[in-house]
Structures are given as C-alpha cells and as structure tokens.
Ligand binder design. Structure first.
Ligand SMILES: Nc1ncnc2c1ncn2[C@@H]1O[C@H](COP(=O)(O)OP(=O)(O)O)[C@@H](O)[C@H]1O
Ligand SMILES: [Mg+2]
Length: 252
C-alpha cells in the first residue's frame, strides 16, 4: 500500500502549491487513476512517491515505511516508473533500454539479457525482431511497450505510469489499454496511472482520484464518482461528456 498523508509540494517557497495537502491511499492490487488537467499536480505527486522530488511537507509511506527513511535503492526497486512522453534513450537499443534498471542494480550481463527478452515478450515485442532496434525504428505504440517493459524490469510491486498512452492515436491507445488490463491481472501489480482523459480513467481505474489545482477533489470508484460527485468541479468534469458516458453501460 502507498499512503499519502497531507502531502504538499511548493516549488516557490510556499507562494503556490503544485500539490496541496493531498491525503490518499493506494490499495494493494488496485489500479488507482490520478485524473486531472494539465498542471493539476499529477506528475509532481508521482515524482514525490519515487523521491525524484522532495516534498515540502507531509509523509508518504510505502508498505508502511516512510519513504524518507527508505534506502533509495530499495525504493527504486519497489516502484517502477513509466515516464510522461516516451522517454526512451535514443542512442540505446530496445534491449539496452529495457535493461537499464537491472544494470543499475548490478545484475550480470547474461541475467540482464534474459530478463530483457522475457520483458519484451511480456509486452508483446518479439525479442528476435525488436531487441536490437533503436527507438526511432519503432512506432509510438511499440516505444510505449518498451517503456512499460523497462518499468517492470526489477519486478516492482508498484507501477507508476505518467500519461503513458497520451501521445498515441486512439486505436493504438485502446489496444494498449486493454493489454494493460490483461497484464495487470497476470502480474498482480499495484498501479498508479496518470491521465487527463476521463474515458481512460473510467476504463482503467478501480478507483479514480480527481486532482484540481493540486487539491484532491474526490477519490472513489467510477460508480461513486458518477453517482455522487463530491464537488462542483467533479460534477462539471464528468457531466460535460454525459452523452458519451451513457455508453458505459448504464453507469449514469
Ligand atoms: N520543476 C518545477 N519547477 C517549478 N514549477 C514546477 C516544476 N514542476 C512542476 N511545476 C509546476 O507545478 C504544477 C503542477 O505540475 P505537474 O505536476 O507537472 O502537473 P501535471 O502533471 O498534472 O500536468 C504546475 O503549475 C507546474 O508549472
Ligand atoms: Mg504531467
């Protein structure tokens, strides 16, 4: 479980808070979607979790341990991270990209290689065909698969995904969303998935946390949020595309 307790982050000594007093629990095995428009603090919250940024106040616990007291190497191994944008290293092959984390962890060459091939198969890329390619020789969807494989390299219990499918065309995105659901059932990870897309949130989230201007507006299942929006903001957010939402099988 990941617990956020009164977590705040200011980049300008408290004049403005990118993340403002967020308290939230991510339960074991669930996919929690962080939903919010650009600038609402989604990426900042993920980076705080992996200590890529230090928070201004509050605490985050992973498996009951305060991350401030955790060895960064242990934290890094527990938490896989799929970066916003593609974020592959252009001068490294697909195999090298997928093996970065295991290299950082000091695995031997042969172990890294066999793990990389296993991961490529897991994300639907035939190693014989793709391992030696460079990122520019892949489609956007294939690059995103490599990003997911890379994040899973050390078999982390938690997977943080920052708008992983945001740059893809709608068909590729739909396919990858479905694959993520399948992969998640197989691997039993706890996933925090960031998106600004309401439909993606409804498709993937066991629960959805709505962020707005660094505040947590509401967290709940899709049914709870649709039936009982906690704030005006949440009501408007889900109310606008109401017609399309009706397609989600009578949830309204
Ligand atoms: N390194 C930084 N320095 C200063 N301000 C930042 C930095 N990173 C993010 N911010 C600000 O924090 C707010 C939240 O940003 P971010 O977490 O990236 O939002 P989101 O991922 O939801 O689009 C924005 O106002 C952004 O400009
Ligand atoms: Mg972001």
């Amino acid at each position: 479980m990941i617990s956020f307790r009164h977590v705040s982050k200011s980049f300008d000594r408290g004049r403005h808070f990118a993340v403002d007093d967020v308290s939230l629990e991510v339960r074991d095995g669930e996919t929690l979607v962080l939903l919010g428009s650009s600038g609402s603090g989604k990426t900042t919250l993920l980076k705080l979790t992996k200590r890529l940024l230090e928070m201004t106040s509050g605490t985050i616990e992973v498996d009951g341990q305060d991350i401030a007291d955790l060895d960064p190497i242990i934290l890094r191994r527990k938490i896989g991270y799929v970066f916003q944008g593609i974020g592959l290293f252009a001068n490294m092959t697909v195999e090298e990209n997928v093996a970065i984390v295991t290299r950082l962890l000091g695995w031997a060459r042969e172990e890294r290689r066999s793990r990389a091939h296993e991961l490529l198969e897991l994300v639907g890329l035939e190693p014989a065909e793709y391992a030696d390619r460079f990122p520019e020789e892949l489609s956007g969807g294939q690059q995103q698969r490599v990003g997911v494989g890379r994040a899973l390299a050390a078999d982390p219990a938690y997977l943080l995904m920052d708008e992983p499918f945001g740059a893809l065309d709608a068909l590729t995105r739909d396919a990858l969303q479905q694959e993520l659901l399948t992969l998640k059932r197989r691997l039993n990870k706890t996933v925090v998935f960031v998106t600004h897309d309401i439909f993606e949130a409804l498709t993937l989230g066991d629960r959805i946390a709505v962020l707005h201007g660094g505040h947590l507006e509401q967290v709940g299942t899709r049914e709870e949020i649709l039936a009982h929006p906690a704030t005006e903001f949440v009501r408007d957010l889900f109310g606008k595309p109401a017609q399309q939402l009706a397609d989600f099988g009578g949830l309204l």
